[in-house]
Design a protein around this ligand. Sequence first.
Ligand SMILES: Nc1ncnc2c1ncn2[C@@H]1O[C@H](COP(=O)(O)OP(=O)(O)OP(=O)(O)O)[C@@H](O)[C@H]1O
Ligand SMILES: [Zn+2]
Length: 958
Amino acid sequence: MDTVTFCLQVDIAISFDGSVVIFIFFVKLMDGRRHSVDVPISRALIALRRVRSLRDPSTNSMSKLSTLVDNLNWETNSNNAITLGFENSCHIDTKDNNVPGWSGSALFREDEQHLSDHELYYGSRNCNSRLVTPGIVEGSDENKAQSDRYCKDYGDKNIEFALPAPSSDCMEGGDSCNEPDEISMHPEKRRRGGSKSKCKKSWHNKREGLSRVTAGDVSSRAGSPCLSMFDEAPKGGARMSFHRNEDDGCGISSCWSRSLKFKESNLLPNVEERPLLLNGESLDCKYNSEGVSTYMESPKSLCHKFVPKSFDELVGQSIVATSLLNSISNRQIAPLYLFHGPRGTGKTSASKIFAAALNCLSPEIATPCGLCQECVLFFSGRSRDVKEVDSVRINRIERCRSFIKKARTPPVFSRFKVYVIDECHLLHRETWDTIMNNIEELPRHVVFIMVTPNLDKLPRSVVSKSQRYHFQKVKEVDIVSTLGKICVLEGIDFEQEALNFIANKSNGSLRDAEMTLDQLSLLGKKITVSLVYEVNGVVSDDELLDLLHLALSSDASNTVKRARELMSSRIDPLQLASQLANLIMDILAGKCPDGVSEVTKKFFGMDNSEAEMQQLSHALKILSQTEKQLRMSKNQTTWLTAALLQLSSGGSPHDANDAKLSTRHSQDGDFQSTTSTGESLKHPLACTCQNAESGKMGMQDDKGNLELVWKRAVGMCTSSSLKKFLQKQGKLVSIRLTQGIAVAELVFDRPDHVSKAEKSWKVIASVLQQTLSYNVELRINLSHNASNKHDKFKKPSFSLFNCSRRVHLKSQFSAECGSENSGATPTTIITSDKYVETCSSECGSHAAHMCCHGKELFKTIRNNDGNALSTSVGTPNGLLQDSNAREAQSGAYPLNEGSNKGCPSVAFKSRSKTGAREFLKLHCWKTAMFPFRKAWQLRHQPVSERMVDYTLHYAAAN
Ligand SMILES: Nc1ncnc2c1ncn2[C@@H]1O[C@H](COP(=O)(O)OP(=O)(O)OP(=O)(O)O)[C@@H](O)[C@H]1O
Ligand SMILES: [Zn+2]
């Protein structure tokens, strides 16, 4: 009689609602070969019965689940399957035969009476496990109340039915390979109680030899996500274990804090169509009461949704990606990695990808595959061996020690225990010390990935001992193409220009770009450039250029108007300053932004002269200083406006009618090229405006520069005696820029030298003007040392004063000054504030302000705004006669204030652009006594309290 041999094949599965199904098949043996491995059903039952041993994670009590298991209801159905149901409404049901596998955690819900919510680890496409559709077994009413209690008690707890994985000890030669059929409450416990058999196969081997699931492993392998894992796993290791998503108290969160939480059911009917790595959606699937998947928790943002999950998806970091991949394939894994670089460039994402890749079981190089169990565990935020560490929490020393202690224990499932410490610059010195002291001794399976945007804040020893990977800013072109892809995938209508603009403004941060896009997409409109401007509170490049042009043209009134207009409604002052600075940098780099008008494109021509470039770089400096000030200021609009008015001070006045910058060239053509001490030497004034915080423009004297300037200026003197005198006795001690004028301070050691120099002040001012290409205001002072010697002459009540003379480079008209004596130094005003008298007479549209003292007559011409336009001493003849400038003479206003003749408003307005504002603080000072009448530096007075300004037409100075 033929004997037909059968064996039992048992498959076990868990359904959508958390019910457990056991399928038992009778398999006929043919030709002495069996098609499946026979496993005694008792073994499977034992496995499930061991659920009793599960502890209540909150109370550590076993009782509740024991009762639960007691309520298991075994039934057979027409498919010869045995259905295991929980009595009560906890039932078992799988909806689709195509379910490739299972491993899930059941979540007991208060509002539902059955195991309503479970988690599923995706199975491999290659998985051959078989599942049949069982009938639904409804639980009886008798135990409803009891079941309710469980549902309540475990409302927030996950019961995880985790598939066994090869013990990580296999790699480390640890103490256990998994004990068959063990059901443990926790991996740690499992390990402790596990078999001591050694399993030393290399991790690499685990990637190979996928084999079919057989009945021998039924209870665990059915639906294994990655079969290769189980080829090396101990047999039949069905495991059920609690998993608590709680912090273990040592600063290690048990899952990726930023990963999508795997909260909901994911027994997807067609997992192949939802590759894990495509986007975050696949993790957010929920099953409703009908078992139909709905997307419950959509990704929070585009950044979230398009978080890169493989090295391929990491944009613009190919060198880093290649290097990391090679280190994995060459198995050269360092204990400490340091990912650093600007924010939003993919460091954190890359650390996760690398962590996943380290443990990925795929034989493919392009890891992580996203499909193997390790990847699935990891990307669902449930890996127990890859953890994100809160850098702030482990700053407590005991926590740090506990963290290190835990790191020593072998991995639960994976090859490597990977700890990612984001924002690691927040770690304290002691924490670093603890980590670094232990890092050498830690087992090879421990890998730290430190992430920081700020390498400078890390201890040097850490930096030098780690494998550093720098994440560069993502290129604009890469950002644009990534945004484009996202728009296409998301069905967002967009203008290419808008994407270009977003990319341009995101400063190399893909995250910033994605966030902007996200925000714009929520408006539900086509993303256009104007929409981007509006939403982001930025102004277009054309508008910026317009403002910059006005500011550089010294068109004060329009600059103020335009700036106010923009800042009142459209843009934050800080943002405007930063945009302007960026624009200037673009101009300096010869980079023309897209979409600007033809006229404005002229700004970006390559033929900007050196002087124009200097003016721009000067403007850039002012803006950068202003930005610092703005951060501390409450009145940002005013300060930015004030700064804009200073932009023109870096060069010659700008011709408002010309789209190009029009700074005068230095007559000394080779001045910039012959200097040798760097950029600041190219133009001595370029470095004089460092001290904006103090409210002064300049006063940062570069000794070498000043000497050079003085040498050159003196060299231009035609009179050899003067040249000699100035060379020997004179010293240029400072140059500072203010309102487009270079205020040069000369000192002499003796009062008679001061007097002598003053007699030649026009020549000195002129040669300085030629050297600097700036309007020059000259101050001739006695040197500090010398003045100390003459302390006896000082009178505190009057102090000492500046004598300043100003030479205007380009103004049409200038005020004039001078004494009666042609060519002689005009007599300095010898009066104090209280003696100033106001004359109410009018000069056309200009009010004349007169002050008298002794023999001198001073007057200040003010326009209707109250701005002083010029000051005169005595008759205008002195200087004009002295200067031989007929042109200037024609513009000189007459002494007779009542007449309009010679006092054209245009002339004065032009004049006012460069210097009028300074005149607001015009004071007349009374000197102490002879011989200090003109040459003393007022040490304890603000330098801005200026003496009478003498102005000289540029031509006159020549
Ligand atoms: N190189 C990149 N490739 C692909 N996506 C990126 C890249 N850089 C940033 N992103 C996007 O920005 C998001 C945030 O990136 P990530 O957190 O990795 O940047 P980070 O450099 O770590 O920033 P931070 O220093 O602020 O932590 C990602 O989810 C992704 O959407
Ligand atoms: Zn993988």
